[in-house]
Design a protein. Structure first.
Length: 296
């Protein structure tokens, strides 16, 4: 996007923020404030707490107050999509949005989570420069919730030919099958008890469950079946090095933490509101790491 496409309202500082409940621990303000400063843009990005019941009212209030838009996090991603007048292909497919852009009275919805995930694999801020074996071998995914949905959509787009998905509640995997329809991707539903055996021959393992997050039980899985060339991704970023990533690193496997996805999904949002495509720099990553170390 060029600055000519920016929804900037004349010389008025552009306002945006993150809608969630709770939203206290969101790192998104740190990310966007860093870019605003870096690009010398007069604007703001704030935490916008909104309860489930109050969500629509808060969003309409932001439109009336001249906000350029907002990011959307748990538990509002589906409600944000439902509220929008227009939606991009990805949000429409997932029926969930993490980005709202207000154009006049119209609400546009987009979903940039899958983009953020793929960008984080490609290297980005903590470029580990690993090869692309992950896309030419089966990919294993743990979890079948909202985060998994966005990631599977992205992996299907990336041309993965076989997705092995394991979830505690096996039936939930069937709700993801539509993502593969009309594509060459074959999806296998794997019982939770078989999650270790499914790693055989996989080029990539992605944890999309909340297991391993601070305050949650660890993810109980042995990585013995993963080939040497595999990479392991954990979308959890608090802590940054989850027990899963530590185990993968000890085995000499390439690891990608969840911070890359968080940083990269923010790029299209900033571009849409502020008219500049920002960069995910090592300095930005360091800033968020320091904050996570201080508070998580
Ligand atoms: P998100 O939007 O972050 O993906 P979610 O939709 O609540 O959150 O999904 C959480 C995922 O973590 C699910 O796959 C869930 O498994 P179930 O579908 O069986 O609930 C998984 N998960 C959470 N706690 C778990 C646990 N103790 N053991 C195994 N899986 C767990």
């Amino acid at each position: 996007m060029t600055s000519g496409d920016s929804p900037n309202r004349g010389n008025t500082p552009v306002k945006a923020g993150i809608l969630g409940w709770p939203v206290t621990h969101s790192r998104s303000p740190l990310i966007h404030e860093y870019w605003l400063k870096m690009h010398g843009i007069e604007g703001s990005y704030e935490k916008l707490p909104a309860s489930v019941e109050g969500f629509e009212k808060v969003v309409r209030g932001l439109v009336d107050a001249g906000y350029a838009g907002a990011n959307v996090t748990v538990p509002h991603k589906e409600a944000a999509f439902a509220l929008a007048d227009f939606a991009d292909a990805r949000a429409t497919q997932l029926r969930a949005a993490n980005l709202l852009v207000f154009k006049g009275d119209a609400i546009h919805a987009a979903n940039t989570d899958g983009y953020g995930f793929l960008q984080s694999l490609g290297g980005g801020s903590d470029d580990r420069g690993y090869d692309k074996n992950w896309s030419t071998n089966p990919v294993a995914v743990l979890g079948a919730g909202g985060a998994s949905r966005a990631i599977i959509g992205a992996l299907v787009d990336a041309g993965v030919f076989e997705l092995r998905i394991s979830n505690r509640t096996l039936e939930k995997i069937d709700t993801l099958r539509f993502l593969c329809e009309g594509t060459p991707t074959n999806m296998l539903a794997v019982p939770w008890d078989d999650r270790e055996a499914m790693l055989e021959g996989c080029g990539l393992l992605v944890n999309t469950t909340s297991l391993g997050m601070s305050g949650q039980p660890p993810l109980d899985i042995s990585l013995d079946h993963l080939p040497d060339f595999a990479a392991v991704v954990d979308i959890v970023y608090a802590p940054l090095e989850t027990p899963l990533l530590r185990a993968a690193a000890l085995k000499g496997l390439r690891t990608v933490d969840g911070l890359g996805m968080l940083l990269h999904q923010a790029v299209p949002s900033f571009a849409a509101w502020f008219g500049v495509k920002p960069e995910v720099t090592l300095e930005l990553r360091g800033l968020i790491v320091t904050d996570l170390e201080g508070k998580s």
